[in-house]
Design a protein around this ligand. Structure first.
Ligand code: RNT
Ligand code: ZN
Length: 426
């Protein structure tokens, strides 16, 4: 431990202690929080099953930064690199199209064995895995409808895919000794104003009911459903809206997934956590950053990230919340994007853990709103950075921006040597 970092940490501890904040306890809590790294940031949401298919589903990656992974081995190597620059033990979030297989297998016939490479890799490293059925970038999703499709054959294909996905997830959970969160998101919706809003929603409800009717070990698999306001090509109507999934998840005992980019521009998810967890058991977060629309920018230390972290900490909601990242930026180094997003999420949680919560709650109860505002604002410039640096050093990962050198070296030694294919977005 460097003398300067240790000294800064000791000084910071004294300042926090004056407000009754136990810094060591905060770090212990932080060390126990897992963030799920979304594999799809590593290759611009291409996956391995249908590499010639264009990304569909009303989501988009812009940028063609060279060196993106194009095989499971490359993606795992890149994730290894990212994880070596992030303190703590975490999870990796896979999509079904990231199957590690040479077989020509379609989505409805995927089995756990097609993910053996991922399971073994995760087991060796003590990582958890999360999962997502992929209901886009496939010929059967081309007209923008999947589980709510009018054609029963197409619906069945997607129902079978989701059933297969839950079985894969259950295997992940069992083999890795920690539950896998399976998130169901599908792009279904209309570009223009529909006449019949009811029928697609009724079909989606029935499809989901059929998927979830298959018994599953809940200690191994946790189902989540993710809503959206609009996508490209579904600007006027999304079948799986927020209200739809609020009703669905609450009536069926499922977890709601809140994606920070899936709401109206002035609407924030931080204000929803305490309402939703009041009435559901578990919550999944897709931590993202919308810029003007659901553009999935890399998570930065903005007000909303901090507010999400505060809500989780102040309300003691962490034990019931699964935190995943969801963004895809193809304009910068793919590994740096993960590292920045995860480290920021952890830093925001640390800042929240270092607030004098009991004192602030007391002040609020006394209606002393002047002190509330004054203290919350002063705490923004308390030396959480010294505590963060100490945490990184203790965890054996680079302190401050030192991680960037490692990414640059890796870029030079590994990413730049990858084939041309890696740099071209289709
Ligand atoms: C899309 C959703 C969804 C996807 C991933 C790839 O708007 O946010 O979570 O980003 O499934
Ligand atoms: Zn999402």
């Amino acid at each position: 431990m460097s003398e300067a970092n240790e000294q800064a940490y000791r000084e910071a501890k004294k300042l926090y202690a004056k407000h009754g904040v136990d810094v060591d306890a905060a770090l212990e809590k932080l060390a126990g929080i897992k963030i799920s790294l979304h594999c799809w940031q590593g290759d611009d949401v291409k996956g391995f099953l249908f590499r010639d298919k264009t990304l569909s589903g009303g989501i988009a990656v812009t940028g063609s930064y060279p060196g993106r992974a194009s095989t499971p081995g490359e993606l795992r190597a890149d994730l290894d690199k990212a994880l070596s620059l992030i303190p703590g033990k975490h999870k990796v979030n896979l999509h079904a199209i990231y199957a590690d297989t040479d077989e020509n297998v379609d989505l409805d016939r995927l089995e756990p064995r097609h993910f053996r490479g991922w399971i073994d890799w995760a087991k060796e490293r003590g990582l958890g895995l999360d999962f997502n059925p992929t209901l886009f970038s496939h010929p059967k999703a081309e007209d923008g409808f999947t589980l709510s499709h009018t054609d029963p054959e197409i619906r069945k294909f997607w129902i079978d895919h989701c059933k297969a996905s839950r079985r894969i997830a259950e295997t992940f959970g069992r083999e890795l000794g920690q539950p896998c969160v399976t998130n169901h998101w599908m792009p279904d919706g209309f570009k223009d104003t529909p006449v019949d809003r009811w029928s697609p929603r009724a079909r989606l409800r029935d499809s989901l009911d059929e998927i979830f009717a298959e018994p599953i070990d809940e200690a191994c698999n946790i189902d989540a459903v993710e809503s959206k306001l609009f996508g490209i090509g579904s600007e006027s109507y999304v079948v799986g809206s927020h209200e739809f999934y609020m009703g669905y998840a609450m009536s069926r005992g499922k977890a709601i997934c809140l994606d920070a980019g899936h709401f109206h521009p002035t609407e924030v998810i931080s204000n929803k956590l305490s309402s939703i967890l009041m009435f559901t058991d578990q919550l999944l977060l897709h931590v993202s950053r919308p810029v003007r629309w659901d553009s999935d920018h890399v998570v930065t230390m903005d007000d909303e990230l901090l507010e999400i972290a505060r809500e989780l900490v102040r309300g003691d909601l962490l034990p019931r919340t699964h935190i995943g990242l969801d963004f895809f930026d193809g304009s910068i180094n793919h590994i740096a994007a993960w590292v920045i997003g995860v480290r920021n999420t952890q830093k925001a949680l640390l800042r929240a853990l270092l607030e004098p919560i009991e004192q602030l709650k007391q002040i609020e109860a006394e209606k002393d709103y002047t002190s509330r505002l004054a203290l919350v604002e002063e705490f923004k410039s308390y030396p959480f950075g010294a505590v963060w640096d100490y945490f990184c050093e203790q965890s054996g990962v680079p302190v401050r921006e030192d991680w960037l050198n490692e990414v640059k070296t890796y870029e030079k030694e590994v990413l730049q040597k990858r084939g041309q294919e890696s740099g071209v977005l289709q």
